[in-house]
Design a protein around this ligand. Sequence first.
Ligand code: GRF
Length: 195
Amino acid sequence: MKKTHHIAIFASGNGSNAENLMKHFQHHSTIKMELVVCNNENAAVLQKAQQFSITSIAVTKDELKTTEKLLPIFENHKIDFVVLAGFLLQIPTWLVQKFPNRIINIHPALLPKFGGKGMFGKFVHEAVVNANELESGISVHFVNEHYDEGKIIFQAKCQVDENETAESLAKKIQQLEHQHLPKIVEQLLVEKEHH
Ligand code: GRF
């Protein structure tokens, strides 16, 4: 009997990756997107969760720091895996320790370069273009206390053209994210079964 996995997605903004995951797993038999956690009650990702009838909660920076608000909700939803997809707050230690090697993050660049503080959204693509890189891409990694430094699980690349702009690169990166993230989640959870 295959174990059912219950996933929480953390997102802060638009939530196109969150939406992509909810769509991909909508009819999946053993992988369920259970919860969307967001730190901004006006974020578009909350509407997207509603469209898929998935519970969403808004948390403040302070509420994230303690287990008080989130832990009971996680337990009610039997959360056993966490995907960060454009979540801009630091993940608290209690959460990292509760889910060792079961929190992943997708970063819109080829870590270890172009990671760390301030490296999110268009700032990453501007930095890559300004550095005259020949390629960029996505990195999916486990999240530990040091955020973007967790073990890298997967990377995919795209070319940075001569006349590339941060906007054009962002589109290429988003396409890679949507193409790969659901598959990586599936592989990680199925593999976990075999251990
Ligand atoms: C993506 O670029 C992802 O790599 C990064 O934040 C962005 C989220 O975009 N972590 P969206 O909200 O999923 O569209």
